[in-house]
Design a protein around this ligand. Sequence first.
Ligand code: AMP
Length: 297
Amino acid sequence: MKIVQRFAEVRASTAGRLGLVPTMGFLHEGHLALVDAARRDCDTVVMSLFVNPLQFDETRDLSRYPRDLDRDAELAEGRGVDVLFAPELDEMYPQEPLTRVTVSGTTDEMEGAHRPGHFDGVATVVAKLFVGIRADRAYFGRKDAQQLATVTRMAADLSIPIEVVPVSIVREQDGLALSSRNVFLSLDERRRALGISTGLMAAADAAEGGERDGLQLESIVRARLDGVLIDYVALAGALSARRVDNLEEDAVLAVAARVGETRLIDNVFLTVRGDTIVADRGTRLDEPSILYAAHRD
Ligand code: AMP
């Protein structure tokens, strides 16, 4: 695996069908599932690793975001990444960017409403990665459902010739969605955080059982949330990322909540196939994730 810091070096190191996995590092099996998907489809897999200051709306969240390049490089190489693109700030933003990419509509609600400027930062850095690397495909986790909707729309609107490929959420054995931020959770916070996925799984069961009312589905989730501060529970169109009253089109039932000082998001995708609803509950690991190994060390 090559580790490079310049866009030009990435372009010079790739051949054939190129798959891009954008990350902010501190890797876990969720990121590695994106690598697996890219590995299956592509000749060259590039992982980008950049903690993008533009998308952080809270300074403390940015300053405490976990970083460990050596650990990430080892994990990426072990999973078959060909090129690790880990740019310094001056490669990504050699000068104060006067250009920002704003995607309207998909960014108005949920995360967009709670994190001002966040999606401009995401869309801007992802556009730079798409244009600078020229990958054929880019792999994004369903964990960040609104981000997925936003970058998909951004690429289409800007005619960037790239296919955005969604990948299911990877969860701990007990259901907690993997997140680099999970390392901050105390044992008690982790126990409380579990209500998020438990609630979503219960709502997924209800949806598959025929419940299509948005408020009902949301209240099933809310009933499991205890000891967390809820930002929102919302049923939203999967492509529009806008709230819907009923499950009539593909949708995402999404939650954001603060557990102590850590803000967590999670969701289930609900696909509508005629009279049938199919929930993507994600995949569960057989053993505790590498995040915990990292945390214990
Ligand atoms: P991040 O490093 O948090 O910016 O995430 C990089 C990519 O990994 C994004 O496309 C995320 O949606 C994806 N991702 C993060 N956590 C998970 C997870 N638990 N399962 C699947 N994908 C994930």
